[in-house]
Design a protein around this ligand. Structure first.
Ligand code: GLY
Length: 307
Protein backbone atom coordinates (compact mmCIF):
# COMPACT_ATOMS: atom_id res chain seq x y z
CA UNK A 1 0.00 0.00 0.00
CA UNK A 2 1.21 3.49 -0.74
CA UNK A 3 -0.05 7.07 -1.00
CA UNK A 4 1.94 9.57 -3.08
CA UNK A 5 1.19 13.29 -3.30
CA UNK A 6 2.49 16.40 -4.97
CA UNK A 7 3.23 19.42 -2.76
CA UNK A 8 0.11 20.58 -0.92
CA UNK A 9 -1.20 17.02 -0.58
CA UNK A 10 0.43 16.53 2.84
CA UNK A 11 -2.78 17.64 4.60
CA UNK A 12 -4.58 14.63 3.12
CA UNK A 13 -1.97 11.89 3.19
CA UNK A 14 -2.80 10.54 6.68
CA UNK A 15 -6.50 10.26 5.82
CA UNK A 16 -5.62 8.36 2.65
CA UNK A 17 -3.32 5.96 4.52
CA UNK A 18 -5.98 5.40 7.22
CA UNK A 19 -8.49 4.59 4.51
CA UNK A 20 -6.14 2.01 2.99
CA UNK A 21 -5.24 0.51 6.36
CA UNK A 22 -8.95 0.14 7.15
CA UNK A 23 -9.34 -1.90 3.94
CA UNK A 24 -10.62 0.93 1.75
CA UNK A 25 -9.94 1.06 -1.97
CA UNK A 26 -7.34 3.24 -3.67
CA UNK A 27 -10.26 5.20 -5.15
CA UNK A 28 -11.66 5.89 -1.65
CA UNK A 29 -8.21 6.89 -0.40
CA UNK A 30 -7.40 9.42 -3.13
CA UNK A 31 -10.85 11.00 -2.85
CA UNK A 32 -10.55 11.30 0.95
CA UNK A 33 -7.16 13.01 0.66
CA UNK A 34 -8.21 15.38 -2.13
CA UNK A 35 -11.26 16.50 -0.15
CA UNK A 36 -9.00 17.63 2.71
CA UNK A 37 -6.82 19.60 0.32
CA UNK A 38 -9.93 21.18 -1.23
CA UNK A 39 -11.01 22.26 2.27
CA UNK A 40 -7.57 23.66 3.22
CA UNK A 41 -8.03 27.45 3.52
CA UNK A 42 -4.28 28.04 3.16
CA UNK A 43 -4.08 26.43 -0.28
CA UNK A 44 -4.65 29.05 -2.97
CA UNK A 45 -4.55 26.74 -5.98
CA UNK A 46 -7.14 24.14 -4.97
CA UNK A 47 -10.80 24.53 -3.98
CA UNK A 48 -12.74 27.69 -3.20
CA UNK A 49 -9.72 29.21 -1.41
CA UNK A 50 -7.95 29.10 -4.77
CA UNK A 51 -7.25 32.31 -6.67
CA UNK A 52 -10.24 32.93 -8.96
CA UNK A 53 -10.56 33.76 -12.66
CA UNK A 54 -10.40 37.26 -14.15
CA UNK A 55 -14.02 37.84 -13.15
CA UNK A 56 -13.39 36.90 -9.51
CA UNK A 57 -15.17 33.54 -9.84
CA UNK A 58 -13.82 30.24 -8.45
CA UNK A 59 -13.88 27.82 -11.40
CA UNK A 60 -12.71 24.43 -10.18
CA UNK A 61 -11.39 21.42 -12.13
CA UNK A 62 -10.90 17.84 -10.89
CA UNK A 63 -10.59 14.27 -12.11
CA UNK A 64 -10.43 10.79 -10.66
CA UNK A 65 -9.33 7.58 -12.39
CA UNK A 66 -9.63 3.95 -11.32
CA UNK A 67 -6.70 1.79 -12.45
CA UNK A 68 -8.73 -1.41 -12.25
CA UNK A 69 -10.92 -0.48 -15.22
CA UNK A 70 -9.59 2.90 -16.41
CA UNK A 71 -13.05 4.24 -15.45
CA UNK A 72 -12.78 8.02 -15.06
CA UNK A 73 -14.82 10.99 -13.97
CA UNK A 74 -14.02 14.69 -14.26
CA UNK A 75 -15.51 18.14 -13.87
CA UNK A 76 -14.27 21.42 -15.31
CA UNK A 77 -14.99 25.10 -14.65
CA UNK A 78 -17.34 24.12 -11.82
CA UNK A 79 -18.75 27.07 -9.86
CA UNK A 80 -20.45 27.10 -6.47
CA UNK A 81 -19.37 23.77 -4.94
CA UNK A 82 -16.76 22.78 -2.34
CA UNK A 83 -15.61 19.35 -3.48
CA UNK A 84 -15.06 18.97 -7.23
CA UNK A 85 -13.21 15.68 -6.61
CA UNK A 86 -16.33 14.07 -5.14
CA UNK A 87 -18.41 15.34 -8.03
CA UNK A 88 -15.83 13.84 -10.42
CA UNK A 89 -16.34 10.53 -8.63
CA UNK A 90 -20.11 10.87 -8.98
CA UNK A 91 -19.62 11.42 -12.73
CA UNK A 92 -17.57 8.22 -12.81
CA UNK A 93 -20.17 6.24 -10.87
CA UNK A 94 -23.51 7.64 -12.06
CA UNK A 95 -23.13 8.83 -15.62
CA UNK A 96 -22.22 7.28 -18.96
CA UNK A 97 -19.83 10.25 -19.43
CA UNK A 98 -16.30 11.14 -18.36
CA UNK A 99 -16.25 14.97 -18.23
CA UNK A 100 -18.89 17.57 -17.33
CA UNK A 101 -18.14 21.29 -17.50
CA UNK A 102 -19.63 24.64 -16.46
CA UNK A 103 -23.36 24.91 -16.01
CA UNK A 104 -23.94 21.24 -16.77
CA UNK A 105 -21.49 20.24 -14.04
CA UNK A 106 -23.18 22.61 -11.57
CA UNK A 107 -26.59 21.25 -12.52
CA UNK A 108 -25.39 17.71 -11.84
CA UNK A 109 -23.86 18.85 -8.51
CA UNK A 110 -27.25 20.23 -7.43
CA UNK A 111 -28.93 17.02 -8.54
CA UNK A 112 -26.67 14.84 -6.35
CA UNK A 113 -26.93 17.22 -3.38
CA UNK A 114 -23.27 18.28 -3.38
CA UNK A 115 -22.14 20.78 -0.75
CA UNK A 116 -22.23 24.36 -2.02
CA UNK A 117 -19.47 26.90 -1.34
CA UNK A 118 -18.39 30.31 -2.56
CA UNK A 119 -14.98 31.86 -3.11
CA UNK A 120 -13.43 32.63 0.30
CA UNK A 121 -13.06 36.28 1.37
CA UNK A 122 -9.26 35.88 1.42
CA UNK A 123 -9.17 34.64 -2.17
CA UNK A 124 -11.48 37.49 -3.18
CA UNK A 125 -9.11 39.98 -1.53
CA UNK A 126 -6.22 38.41 -3.44
CA UNK A 127 -8.09 38.95 -6.71
CA UNK A 128 -8.92 42.56 -5.81
CA UNK A 129 -5.27 43.21 -4.95
CA UNK A 130 -4.19 41.72 -8.29
CA UNK A 131 -6.68 43.92 -10.16
CA UNK A 132 -5.49 47.01 -8.26
CA UNK A 133 -1.90 46.25 -9.25
CA UNK A 134 -2.44 45.37 -12.93
CA UNK A 135 -5.53 47.18 -14.17
CA UNK A 136 -5.76 50.98 -14.55
CA UNK A 137 -8.37 52.58 -12.31
CA UNK A 138 -10.64 53.74 -15.17
CA UNK A 139 -10.86 50.14 -16.49
CA UNK A 140 -11.34 48.74 -12.98
CA UNK A 141 -14.33 51.03 -12.49
CA UNK A 142 -16.15 49.36 -15.40
CA UNK A 143 -14.72 45.87 -14.82
CA UNK A 144 -15.10 43.55 -16.65
CA UNK A 145 -14.18 45.25 -19.92
CA UNK A 146 -15.55 43.97 -23.24
CA UNK A 147 -12.14 42.54 -24.12
CA UNK A 148 -10.69 40.33 -21.39
CA UNK A 149 -8.02 38.67 -23.54
CA UNK A 150 -5.32 41.33 -22.99
CA UNK A 151 -5.65 40.79 -19.23
CA UNK A 152 -5.35 37.00 -19.57
CA UNK A 153 -1.88 37.71 -21.00
CA UNK A 154 -0.91 39.31 -17.69
CA UNK A 155 -1.76 36.37 -15.50
CA UNK A 156 0.99 34.80 -13.47
CA UNK A 157 2.38 31.33 -13.07
CA UNK A 158 -0.72 29.39 -12.04
CA UNK A 159 0.79 27.60 -9.14
CA UNK A 160 2.79 29.93 -6.95
CA UNK A 161 3.41 29.38 -4.15
CA UNK A 162 1.71 25.97 -3.91
CA UNK A 163 0.37 23.56 -6.48
CA UNK A 164 -2.65 21.89 -7.88
CA UNK A 165 -2.87 18.65 -6.00
CA UNK A 166 -2.11 15.13 -7.24
CA UNK A 167 -2.90 12.12 -5.02
CA UNK A 168 -1.95 8.61 -6.18
CA UNK A 169 -2.56 5.43 -4.21
CA UNK A 170 -2.19 1.67 -4.37
CA UNK A 171 -4.43 -0.35 -2.06
CA UNK A 172 -3.99 -3.69 -0.29
CA UNK A 173 -5.44 -5.53 -3.28
CA UNK A 174 -2.81 -3.94 -5.55
CA UNK A 175 -5.23 -1.59 -7.32
CA UNK A 176 -4.23 1.98 -8.11
CA UNK A 177 -6.17 5.26 -8.42
CA UNK A 178 -5.37 8.93 -9.04
CA UNK A 179 -7.17 12.12 -7.96
CA UNK A 180 -6.29 15.61 -9.25
CA UNK A 181 -7.93 18.84 -8.09
CA UNK A 182 -7.25 22.50 -8.83
CA UNK A 183 -8.62 26.00 -9.02
CA UNK A 184 -6.38 26.36 -12.07
CA UNK A 185 -4.32 29.23 -13.30
CA UNK A 186 -4.74 32.29 -11.08
CA UNK A 187 -6.70 35.10 -12.83
CA UNK A 188 -7.29 32.85 -15.85
CA UNK A 189 -9.68 33.71 -18.67
CA UNK A 190 -13.16 32.45 -17.71
CA UNK A 191 -13.78 28.99 -19.12
CA UNK A 192 -10.09 28.05 -19.25
CA UNK A 193 -9.59 24.35 -18.50
CA UNK A 194 -6.17 23.11 -17.51
CA UNK A 195 -4.92 19.53 -17.60
CA UNK A 196 -6.39 18.49 -14.24
CA UNK A 197 -9.77 17.39 -15.63
CA UNK A 198 -8.28 16.01 -18.86
CA UNK A 199 -7.71 12.27 -18.58
CA UNK A 200 -4.38 11.52 -20.23
CA UNK A 201 -2.97 15.02 -19.71
CA UNK A 202 -3.04 15.67 -15.94
CA UNK A 203 -4.16 12.23 -14.74
CA UNK A 204 -3.74 8.64 -15.88
CA UNK A 205 -3.92 5.29 -14.12
CA UNK A 206 -3.73 1.72 -15.39
CA UNK A 207 -3.26 -1.09 -12.87
CA UNK A 208 -1.33 -3.10 -15.42
CA UNK A 209 1.50 -0.55 -15.76
CA UNK A 210 1.30 2.31 -13.24
CA UNK A 211 -0.08 5.77 -12.61
CA UNK A 212 0.94 9.39 -13.14
CA UNK A 213 -0.32 12.93 -12.57
CA UNK A 214 0.92 16.46 -13.18
CA UNK A 215 1.01 19.89 -11.64
CA UNK A 216 2.20 23.00 -13.43
CA UNK A 217 1.39 24.41 -16.84
CA UNK A 218 -1.58 22.40 -18.13
CA UNK A 219 -1.21 24.11 -21.50
CA UNK A 220 2.00 22.07 -21.99
CA UNK A 221 0.85 18.72 -20.61
CA UNK A 222 -2.39 18.74 -22.63
CA UNK A 223 -0.27 19.04 -25.79
CA UNK A 224 2.01 16.18 -24.74
CA UNK A 225 -0.56 13.84 -23.07
CA UNK A 226 1.97 13.73 -20.27
CA UNK A 227 0.31 11.51 -17.65
CA UNK A 228 -0.71 8.98 -20.30
CA UNK A 229 2.79 8.98 -21.75
CA UNK A 230 4.40 8.19 -18.39
CA UNK A 231 2.18 5.10 -18.13
CA UNK A 232 2.60 4.22 -21.81
CA UNK A 233 6.39 4.45 -21.61
CA UNK A 234 6.23 2.00 -18.71
CA UNK A 235 3.98 -0.26 -20.79
CA UNK A 236 6.70 -0.18 -23.47
CA UNK A 237 9.31 -1.32 -20.96
CA UNK A 238 10.72 1.82 -19.33
CA UNK A 239 11.24 2.01 -15.57
CA UNK A 240 9.18 4.66 -13.79
CA UNK A 241 12.29 6.87 -13.62
CA UNK A 242 12.94 6.54 -17.38
CA UNK A 243 9.26 7.02 -18.20
CA UNK A 244 9.13 10.27 -16.19
CA UNK A 245 12.34 11.50 -17.87
CA UNK A 246 11.01 10.79 -21.37
CA UNK A 247 7.71 12.53 -20.63
CA UNK A 248 9.50 15.56 -19.12
CA UNK A 249 11.79 15.66 -22.17
CA UNK A 250 8.69 15.73 -24.44
CA UNK A 251 7.58 18.87 -22.54
CA UNK A 252 10.98 20.54 -22.73
CA UNK A 253 11.11 19.79 -26.47
CA UNK A 254 7.98 21.87 -27.20
CA UNK A 255 9.59 24.46 -29.49
CA UNK A 256 7.38 27.34 -28.34
CA UNK A 257 7.26 26.28 -24.68
CA UNK A 258 8.66 29.62 -23.48
CA UNK A 259 5.57 31.43 -24.79
CA UNK A 260 4.01 30.43 -21.45
CA UNK A 261 6.24 30.80 -18.39
CA UNK A 262 6.21 28.05 -15.81
CA UNK A 263 7.09 24.49 -15.01
CA UNK A 264 5.64 20.99 -14.75
CA UNK A 265 6.06 18.47 -11.94
CA UNK A 266 5.17 14.83 -12.60
CA UNK A 267 4.53 12.28 -9.84
CA UNK A 268 4.24 8.62 -10.76
CA UNK A 269 3.97 5.06 -9.51
CA UNK A 270 5.14 1.91 -11.24
CA UNK A 271 3.12 -1.29 -11.26
CA UNK A 272 4.62 -2.35 -7.92
CA UNK A 273 3.76 0.99 -6.32
CA UNK A 274 7.28 2.46 -6.40
CA UNK A 275 7.06 6.31 -6.36
CA UNK A 276 9.00 8.82 -8.42
CA UNK A 277 8.86 12.53 -9.22
CA UNK A 278 10.45 14.78 -11.82
CA UNK A 279 10.19 18.51 -12.40
CA UNK A 280 11.10 21.07 -15.02
CA UNK A 281 11.58 24.77 -14.38
CA UNK A 282 13.85 27.02 -12.37
CA UNK A 283 13.40 25.40 -8.97
CA UNK A 284 13.44 21.73 -8.00
CA UNK A 285 10.13 20.47 -6.55
CA UNK A 286 9.31 17.62 -4.23
CA UNK A 287 6.88 14.78 -3.63
CA UNK A 288 5.66 13.06 -0.47
CA UNK A 289 4.83 9.39 -0.03
CA UNK A 290 3.74 7.05 2.71
CA UNK A 291 4.11 3.29 2.23
CA UNK A 292 2.62 0.76 4.56
CA UNK A 293 5.31 -0.06 7.09
CA UNK A 294 6.58 3.53 7.31
CA UNK A 295 5.73 5.29 10.58
CA UNK A 296 5.32 8.67 8.86
CA UNK A 297 5.35 10.17 5.36
CA UNK A 298 8.64 11.04 3.69
CA UNK A 299 9.27 13.99 1.38
CA UNK A 300 11.86 13.65 -1.39
CA UNK A 301 13.16 16.09 -3.92
CA UNK A 302 11.96 15.37 -7.46
CA UNK A 303 14.58 14.82 -10.13
CA UNK A 304 15.16 18.19 -11.76
CA UNK A 305 15.39 18.25 -15.54
CA UNK A 306 16.26 21.48 -17.31
CA UNK A 307 16.22 22.26 -21.02
N1 GLY B 1 -1.98 21.91 -13.86
C1 GLY B 1 -3.07 22.68 -13.47
C2 GLY B 1 -3.56 23.61 -14.48
O1 GLY B 1 -2.90 23.86 -15.50
O2 GLY B 1 -4.61 24.15 -14.27
Amino acid sequence: MIVLTSRGGEVGIAAAMETLRAGGTALDAVEAAARLVEADPTNHTVGVSGWPNLLGQAELDASIMDGRTRASGAVGALQGYRHPISLARQVLERLPHVLLVGEGAARFAAEVGAETAELTPEARQGWEAWLALHVPQDVRRVWPPRELAPYAQLTADPEQPRGTVNILAQDGAGHQAVAVSTSGWAWKHPGRLGDSPIIGAGNYCDDRYGAAACTGVGEWTIRCSTARCVVLYQQLGATVEEACRRAARDLLDLPDRRRIAGWVNIVALDRQGRPYGISTGAEPRCYTFWSDGMAAPETRQSEHLVA
